[in-house]
Design a protein around this ligand. Structure first.
Ligand code: TTP
Ligand code: MG
Length: 393
């Protein structure tokens, strides 16, 4: 049977959700990320803002100097996670074989679905229409006989594009040939530099290298390069690979010495992480603390749990335990993550099972209220400023 793989990637995802929910942002350069004047970065930019050269991971202050008239907003993660879950449910209607690879992208194995949805191009049009109809958002879809080529294809006609790559043979090789080496999985800036020094600048240039030559320089990775540059990639669409860890981090505006501030930040981040775990229907067996020192060096410390959890309280208590064992005075960035995720339960936002654990029931109820009325409605102890408590008293 012919393998048919789709890669679906939402267009300017966070910005598109904001433009959908806030008509005043539509058609305008919208930048979602840190607040200008701070040290954080751009999460994403609307296509109008990209015309100014703004892109994900750019320092927010550079984005501001490129486009001071832009609209700068901070992300609403819980909304994007909810929309992400809803999009995955749309995709599930087309095939049970789905691998979610990030908040806004997934592979779908569409092999053998022609009788239900017609030719691949026709099936992709139906997916795109359903996402537009049900979510008011656009996606770009790549169609190919492998994950590697489908991923490249989805990026070619962005936004709102559907691209079908040749399925095999010489035609596929020719299709890949003009693309820059950066599109290859496994080619980072260092290996790109090595290739460029030998005048290998495109995937086509790589196709001319022998297996022997690639292996001598890159070992096992060289074998992968040899096949990938010809569009040969047998990796399966694997649902259980979809989430390996969930983490959130925060960059302080100025290097932070304040322990209370660290704890407040970790409390908020633990809730985000726990909520996403519950949304994804997973529990974690390991919690980790990640941080950058003022010298930018990054460190991660982890701790195993006696029992898997998706509770903010357990995640927070554990990460504070890790923090207490450290001898750090100052952080530039701090973050919380969970891993060792229990993959038995399906990724499905609203199919979260009811729990008999009162704490979990309580946290789930808060999730529902905040998702419905906005994340500001219910706050937990540490998040309420002390002045606010005093005022109420
Ligand atoms: P992407 O799919 O990489 O980007 P995008 O959807 O914004 O734009 P494109 O049309 O090119 O696909 O990432 C999905 C979301 O993940 C993005 O909307 C914001 C978030 N993100 C970050 O927060 N930081 C990052 O560095 C990147 C790349 C993405
Ligand atoms: Mg995207």
């Amino acid at each position: 049977m012919q393998r048919i793989i789709f890669h679906v990637d939402m267009d300017a995802f966070f910005a598109a959700v904001e433009q959908r929910d806030n008509p005043q942002y539509r058609g305008k350069p919208l930048i979602v990320g840190a607040k200008p004047g701070n040290r954080g970065v751009v999460s994403t930019a609307s296509y109008e803002a990209r015309k100014f050269g703004i892109h994900s991971a750019m320092p927010i202050n550079e984005a501001f100097s490129r486009c001071p008239q832009g609209i700068f907003i901070t992300p609403r993660m819980e909304v994007y996670e909810r929309v992400s879950g809803q999009i995955m449910r749309i995709l599930e209607q087309f095939s049970p074989q789905i691998e979610q690879v990030s908040v806004d992208e997934a592979f779908i194995d569409m092999s053998g679905t022609e009788k239900l949805f017609g030719e691949p191009l026709n099936a992709a049009k139906q997916i795109s229409q359903q996402i537009k109809k049900q979510q008011g958002l656009t996606a770009s879809i790549g169609i190919a006989s492998s994950k590697f080529v489908a991923k490249i294809a989805s990026d070619i006609n962005k936004p709102d594009g559907i691209t079908c790559a040749p399925f095999e043979g010489e035609q596929l090789e020719k299709w890949l040939a003009p693309l820059p080496l950066r599109r290859m999985w496994g080619v980072g800036s260092r290996s790109e530099e090595i290739f460029n020094r030998c005048s290998v600048n495109t995937i086509g240039d790589m196709q001319k290298l022998s297996m022997d030559c690639l292996c001598k320089r890159f070992g096992k990775q060289g074998v992968a390069f040899y096949y990938l540059c010809r569009g040969i990639d047998n990796r399966q669409v694997e649902q259980e690979d979809s989430v390996k860890s969930i983490s959130r981090e925060h960059t302080f505006n100025v290097d932070c010495f304040d322990r209370q501030e660290w704890k407040k930040t970790l409390h908020r981040l633990s809730q985000d992480v726990a909520r996403q775990a519950r949304n994804n229907g997973v529990k974690a067996s390991t919690v980790f603390l990640t941080y950058r020192r003022p010298d930018f060096s990054r460190h991660t410390k982890r701790k195993s749990l006696a029992e898997p959890t998706n509770l903010a309280k357990t995640i927070y208590d554990t990460v504070i335990g890790i923090l207490e064992e450290l001898d750090e005075r100052c952080f530039r960035l701090i973050g919380v993550g969970i891993t060792g995720l229990d993959q038995q339960i399906q990724l499905n936002l609203f199919a979260a099972p009811d729990s008999s654990d009162p704490l979990e029931t309580c946290e789930r109820t808060v999730d529902k209220i905040n998702a419905r009325f906005g994340s500001e409605v219910i706050k937990k102890g540490l998040e309420v400023p002390s002045q606010a408590i005093k005022r109420r008293i």
